[in-house]
Design a protein. Structure first.
Length: 179
């Protein structure tokens, strides 16, 4: 991948990569680190990745980097406190590419409840519901089957439902899972 193509891919995907990392990690500095590492890896392996597949490749790399970062944070969190929960105020809206300035109460409650999910499941939920990716796209990114993703999403909803009801919010709404 030449420098011009890399710059085009960077400009096309940086907001989505950063917002995904920020949604999953809920810490701006960690999200910036993950974003930087993902694009550094793209630059290093650029020739092996066709430009038209770079978005899928980046999603998989960000997914794995977020899981790694979450594992590393477990030890740090016990020593230094909780992540930046106000980071949700600065999230990039999934379809607009603009900074979201206000989340409604249900969105905030959902993001908080999603912290109870395992990192991989949280990442899948973010890709599907917040970034609008179809299950077949997620499956291609993560090397899973669509059926496995449907089970994972079903279990996540089952976990989230009582947490959201306890906060006085409605349960997560079903979205078309064909994809």
């Amino acid at each position: 991948m030449d420098a011009t193509t890399y710059t085009r891919v960077l400009n096309e995907h940086r907001d989505r990569v950063f917002s995904r990392a920020l949604y999953v990690l809920r810490d701006r500095e960690d999200a910036e680190d993950v974003t930087q590492e993902a694009f550094l890896r793209l630059w290093r392996t650029g020739e092996a990745i066709p430009a038209d597949r770079a978005g899928y490749w980046l999603q998989r790399v960000v997914h794995n980097l977020c899981i790694d970062q979450t594992r590393r944070r477990k030890v740090v969190r016990a020593r230094f406190g909780q992540p930046d929960t106000e980071a949700t105020d600065r999230l990039v809206a999934p379809d607009s590419g603009h900074w979201a300035t206000d989340l409604d109460g249900n969105q905030e409650a959902l993001l908080n409840a999603m912290a109870a999910l395992p990192a991989e499941t949280r990442s899948v939920m973010m890709m599907h519901y917040y970034q609008g990716m179809k299950l077949r796209e997620i499956a291609a990114c993560l090397g899973k089957t669509v059926a496995a993703l449907k089970v994972q999403i079903h279990r996540a909803r089952k976990t989230l439902r009582p947490l959201l009801e306890a906060q006085g919010c409605g349960a997560p709404t079903a979205r078309s899972e064909t994809g």
